[in-house]
Design a protein around this ligand. Structure first.
Ligand code: SF4
Length: 333
């Protein structure tokens, strides 16, 4: 598609107003303006919606996304959308979740290589073996799992509702897959005995709790907000532990002078742009999977409706996996 200089100039100005504080100068914004213009036109033409996880890059979040948030918020958006086409800019299990909730819509993942160290670490067969070993213990799966694993689970959860769902279960012993650190953190907060799978997130597992003490000395009054996928020592040393939306809400409400977000860098970027008067201290890492998406890949799937990027789930798996998601909505509402 061809755009006039005026159209590109005004789109670049729009992008710059959102991303200037994140280091995007007007020239960079002019380079991506034809892409965002075309994507936004194609969205209207095809009645498509773009859901972007908070860990996506600013050009996606501010350039083309219709909704941005965590897995829970985006799965709710996916369940409610009236669009015919969903492009999920996140990782593959998130696009699968959107497809489970919208079996009659076309759902695309811009990059089919965007996996997740947690989702890739456990199979449905592993869950069946755990169930055989611990009969009677219900299985709670983190949303960071494949549809096949969800199909073997009683209920799904996200970092935003794991505590509520697990804490509210009548059983004392619960199987939780696949994040071991999250299992330990939730067990501490709920008093449940959790049988955990041994996997971790490549981004959150390496944060070091000892650095938090040094940051507190250097920045008096700083609030340390930690993702529940972090190691227990990091979670214990922080002021709040939860999902990315919990962190967003905490920052919005707090009048603390500064915040350290112990999670993927995308969230700090977003909040830095949305709360320019608040200070954010760096302690973040990039997720190599999340960063596989790009405006060019989003444009490709919208332009061509690429079959190889369309999410397909066998019906037998989808029916069972959907039940674990529906149970999550029921228990967390
Ligand atoms: S940040 Fe961790 S949990 Fe999230 S997609 Fe990346 S590897 Fe998976």
């Amino acid at each position: 598609m061809e755009f006039t200089e005026k159209e590109i100039g005004s789109e670049a100005a729009r992008l710059h107003s959102k991303m200037g504080t994140l280091g995007w100068n007007l020239q960079n914004c002019q380079v991506i303006a034809p892409l965002t213009l075309e994507i936004n036109l194609l969205k209207k033409e095809k009645n498509a919606v773009i859901l972007a996880h908070s860990y996506q890059t600013p050009d996606i979040i501010y350039g083309v996304a219709d909704f941005t948030g965590d897995s829970y918020g985006l799965s709710k958006q996916a369940a409610q959308t009236k669009a015919d086409v969903i492009v999920f800019s996140g990782v593959k299990f998130m696009a699968e979740t959107a497809k489970l909730l919208n079996p009659n819509k076309k759902v695309y993942a811009p990059s089919m290589d965007a996996g997740c160290s947690l989702a890739d670490d456990i199979t449905a067969d592993d869950v069946r073996k755990l169930k055989a070993k611990h009969p009677g213990a219900p299985v709670v799966c983190y949303v960071n799992t494949t549809a096949e694993v969800k199909a073997e689970s009683d209920v799904c959860c996200t970092s935003a509702n794991a505590k509520k769902i697990i804490g509210g279960m009548k059983e004392k012993e619960i199987i939780f897959v696949p994040d071991e650190f999250m299992a330990i953190n939730i067990a501490r907060e709920t008093g449940k005995k959790i049988i955990a799978w041994r996997s971790s997130c490549v981004v959150h597992k390496d944060f070091d709790g000892r650095k938090i003490d040094a940051i507190r000395k250097e920045f008096p009054g700083v609030k340390v907000l930690t993702h529940s996928e972090c190691p227990p020592l990091v979670a214990e040393a922080s002021d709040m532990m939860g999902g990315t939306t919990d962190m967003e809400k905490y920052v919005a409400k707090s009048d603390a002078p500064s915040f350290m977000l112990v999670t993927e860098c995308g969230l700090s970027d977003r909040l830095r742009s949305e709360h320019p008067k608040k200070e954010f201290i760096g302690m973040c890492s990039l997720c190599p999977y999340m960063k596989k998406n790009s405006l060019a890949l989003i444009l490709d799937v919208l332009r061509e409706g690429k079959k190889e990027n369309e999410i397909k789930i066998p019906e037998g798996v989808a029916v069972k996996a959907r039940k674990s998601l529906e149970k999550m909505f029921e228990l967390s509402s």
